[in-house]
Write a new protein. Structure first.
Length: 488
């Protein structure tokens, strides 16, 4: 790294200044994999920077921050980042760490202030270099904490056309349109009707239009109902057109698989993904392999589910579950596997799968709710209702983390009155309505090869109850989606 930097002024006896020598030692130590030696040397260079030009000093800051992140000392990384960005030569990495340091400490307003400063000083490239998924995680944290003001600030930044993330996945997933739909909801709630109308104009993509279709006010502003079959057909055509533009993006293939799955064309999913498998072992075939490979196996597993192939489904989910997800254990696919084992009627195997995560799974609050719903329903399927009700009690106490868990567990333990009350409660809440409407929607008949959940009859009875139907109508339904949904 030092080789590409301009030469520093030498001392009278031609020895490099102490700061330059310290930085050279830090770089060499870092190359050798030794943050323990690299970080103190880089910090020494920062403390006495005589002889370092701006680019070299920026490198010293980056080394200290990189080592702090490696040690999971985000407070230290953030503190150095704030000092680094005071200088014009600061790297995009320093700007990212300055924002992340505040966000990790839950100083959301400060982090957003730094983003505003980033934009105002012409450092939009630093904003675009953030992984889009990171901002989605922060938005979810703001929503869960009830910090509506800062969530709206973040959505305004991400909905601005000037935000153009480097990561191709944002374009593949139509993240910008989803953000615009969410931001439109906020604008409408704030009485900014014209701005909200402009924000939803021309939206495309299933995720974005779900936000519009299940918000009565946004749907009225849209002026026409959403034809989800046409939306997904358009998604499929758009994603297929992206194959030439992003030939090294596994995310495009994953997106095509999801489109086909929603359209009920799961045999085509299996053909597509099995034809892709040889490329997975080809070096350089995919730029996003580490990030998207777990979802490749997830898509294949759901296709096998839909076509009734139990052993192949277990194999695909198991392969995905062995991979890291965002650098962390992939608990989501272990949960998905257990859930679909239960759908196939293998409750004991579902419990054994969940047991692999230990007594205290390393999962988000939402993930922990998914563990509870699958485990509780598995206990119920085995007739162990006392154990199932323990999970139901937990879910009820943490309902805000995932309201659907309560509805499903009430069904599993056989309390159809309570399940109906849960759905009615969710349908009445703007933030919960979309999920409830999607669960209660009328979908196309499943592939006859697909398994039928042991709780499907209870669900059908609850969704057809007069009180639930009335609540659906009050929320803007009923909804008919000419698509497939996954059984549970």
């Amino acid at each position: 790294m030092v080789a590409g930097l301009p030469a520093a002024p030498a001392m009278a006896d031609d020895r490099p200044p102490p700061a330059v020598k310290a930085l050279e030692g830090a770089v060499q130590a870092y190359r050798n994999g030794g943050c323990a030696k690299a970080a103190p040397l880089a910090a020494t260079a920062i403390a006495g920077p005589e002889g370092l030009d701006g680019k070299m000093l920026s490198l010293a800051y980056d080394l200290v921050m990189e080592c702090a992140v490696e040690a999971k000392d985000f407070a230290k990384a953030g503190a150095y980042a704030k000092r680094a960005i005071a200088r014009p030569e600061a790297s995009d990495f320093a700007w990212r760490m300055a924002v992340a340091g505040d966000f990790e400490a839950k100083r959301y307003s400060d982090g957003l202030d730094t983003i505003d400063r980033m934009i105002s000083t012409g450092r939009g490239g630093a904003l675009n270099s953030f992984p889009p998924a990171y901002f989605m995680q922060i938005r979810a944290q703001l929503e869960r904490s009830g910090d509506a003001a800062n969530e709206m600030r973040l959505l305004a930044i991400l909905a601005n056309p000037a935000y153009d993330p480097d990561d191709a996945s944002a374009k593949i997933d139509d993240m910008s349109d989803w953000v615009r739909a969410r931001y439109a909801r906020k604008l409408l709630a704030a009485g900014k009707r014209d701005e909200a109308r402009g924000m939803i104009a021309g939206l495309q993509g299933y995720s974005a239009l779900v936000e519009v279709a299940f918000d009565p006010d946004l749907l009225a502003l849209n002026g026409k109902p959403v034809d989800f079959r046409a939306v997904v057909e358009a998604d499929l055509a758009r994603h297929r057109a992206m194959l030439d533009r992003y030939p090294h993006a596994l995310g495009v293939i994953d997106a095509i698989a999801l489109d086909l799955h929603r359209l009920g064309r799961d045999d085509e999913v299996v053909t597509l993904l099995n034809a892709t498998q040889p490329r997975l072992d080809t070096p350089g075939a995919f730029d996003d392999l580490a990030e998207k490979l777990p979802w490749f196996w997830n898509a294949l597993a759901y296709a096998y589910l839909a076509t009734g192939k139990y052993d192949a489904m277990v194999d695909a989910f198991s392969k995905g579950g062995k991979l890291k997800e965002g650098g962390l254990p992939n608990v989501s696919q272990i949960i998905n596997l257990a859930q679909q084992q239960l759908v196939f009627g293998h409750a004991e195997e579902a419990l054994a799968t969940l047991d692999r995560m230990g007594e205290k799974p390393d999962a988000s609050p939402y993930g922990l709710m998914q563990v509870r719903v699958v485990r509780g329903c598995a206990y119920a399927a085995l007739g162990q209702l006392d154990k199932a009700r323990v999970d139901l009690a937990y879910a009820t106490a943490h309902e805000k983390d995932d309201p659907s868990t309560v509805s499903t567990l009430e069904l599993c333990v056989g309390d159809e009155d309570a399940a109906a009350a849960s759905y009615i409660r969710r349908l009445a809440k703007p933030d919960d309505r979309r999920g409830a409407m999607l669960e209660l929607a009328d979908y196309d008949a499943p592939d006859p090869r697909a398994p039928r959940s042991p709780f499907a009859d209870r669900f059908d009875r609850v969704r057809k109850r007069a009180d639930v139907v009335a609540a659906i109508r009050a929320a803007g339904g009923p909804v008919r989606l000419h698509l497939q949904t996954d059984p549970f």
